[in-house]
Design a protein around this ligand. Structure first.
Ligand code: DAH
Length: 343
């Protein structure tokens, strides 16, 4: 029995498993319910009392050796396998979805970039506005039908009159800018606006605009034309034609609407331009002296131009998005068609 134990002891001491399976085989062989140690203890029962004394101790030491070896190897192996997994550079990387920019963000960023190069700064104002900033300061007379042109979501009355509303256009930001600063002003003001319209493919109760304002000494209508002409060449490509049609806005005088040659057919006529070759993209004009005065600016010294455009319209002419609702529904199948930028 002693010889057997000696042989097993050297086997255990020399044991070095290559993997978890070999370790398990070792456990079953020595420590299992039908294993060698169990068997030795069975044999031990049959030896005489003299031998019992010597072998009892030897056998217990041998059992402890086998258990200690097993526990040590097991610990070593699990530590090794976890560091191995953590460091295995050949494992494939985790999959992750790369997002894409929303088409309105793409268009807004492009517009901002073009005007920044001309020295315009970006300004923002609140979406909840009072009557003064949205209408009165912009020369909309009380009870004037022009107020009805913009179906306003009023929120709160003041002294019995509708006062606080969701802004119907970003022109309100012009007022805030001029009230709080000193000329010259050269700014573009992107933002969301709201109108009480039934939602359809062609109308929505909220959409986005970019407002522009340039006020300084000696600013003329030719500055307006050249600035907007340059903007359109940058946005839609050199050779895009522009034309100005007389129009009316309470806050500009004279006022105009600007058309560009159709970006889809190049002017030969298609559905987008209703076969006219031209599409309207913005309203503009010289800032009405009343507006300058309402904002505390000397209209004898300063003149300026302003313009406002709908971002959805600009995006539509770039990407042909026929249904306005797509812009706000966040359908991933729609969104993932646009330029992807790595974060
Ligand atoms: N606020 C106008 C609108 O919502 C757009 C506009 C027209 C803005 C002419 C201007 C402008 O600054 O000069 O329809």
């Amino acid at each position: 029995m002693q010889a057997q134990i000696d042989q097993y002891t050297s086997e255990i001491n020399a044991f070095s498993p290559a993997n978890a399976d070999e370790l398990e085989t070792f456990r079953i062989k020595f420590l299992g319910t039908k294993g060698i140690i169990k068997d030795l203890f069975e044999q031990f029962k049959t030896v005489g009392p003299e031998e019992k004394r010597t072998f009892g101790k030897v056998l217990n030491q041998f059992k402890q050796l086998a258990e200690a070896k097993y526990n040590e190897l097991k610990e070593q192996h699990s530590a090794e396998s976890s560091t191995q997994n953590a460091q295995d550079l050949t494992l494939p990387g985790d999959d992750f979805a790369v997002g894409s920019r929303h088409p309105l963000s793409l268009v807004r960023n492009e517009i901002i970039d073009i005007f920044k190069r001309l020295g315009f700064v970006v300004a923002e104002g609140p979406e909840i506005e009072d009557d003064w900033h949205n209408f009165s300061a912009l020369n909309f007379p009380e009870e004037h039908p022009a107020r009805d042109m913009q179906d306003t979501f009023f929120i709160k009355k003041n002294n019995g009159k509708d006062d606080i509303a969701l802004r119907t256009h970003t022109s309100s930001v012009q007022v805030r800018m001029m009230e709080h600063g000193k000329p010259p002003f050269r700014a573009i003001m992107p933002g969301r606006v709201y109108r009480n319209e039934a939602i359809s493919a062609r109308a929505h109760c909220f959409f986005h605009q970019v407002e522009g304002l340039y006020v300084d000494e000696n600013v003329s209508f030719s500055d307006l034309k050249q600035t907007l002409y340059h903007f359109v060449q940058e946005l839609y490509g050199a050779g895009t034609k522009v034309r100005f049609r007389p129009s009316y806005f309470p806050f500009t005088e004279p006022s105009a609407e600007m058309d560009i040659s159709c970006t889809i057919c190049g002017g030969s006529g298609c559905n987008m331009c209703k076969h006219t070759g031209w599409v309207e993209i913005l309203g503009c004009g010289m800032v009405d002296p009343n507006v300058l005065e309402n904002c505390g600016i000397d209209s004898k010294k300063y003149t300026g131009f302003a313009f406002g455009m709908g971002m959805e319209r600009i995006a539509n002419l770039k990407y042909v998005i026929k249904d306005l609702r797509l812009f706000s529904e966040n359908d991933v199948r729609f969104l993932k068609q646009f330029q992807t930028e790595m974060l």
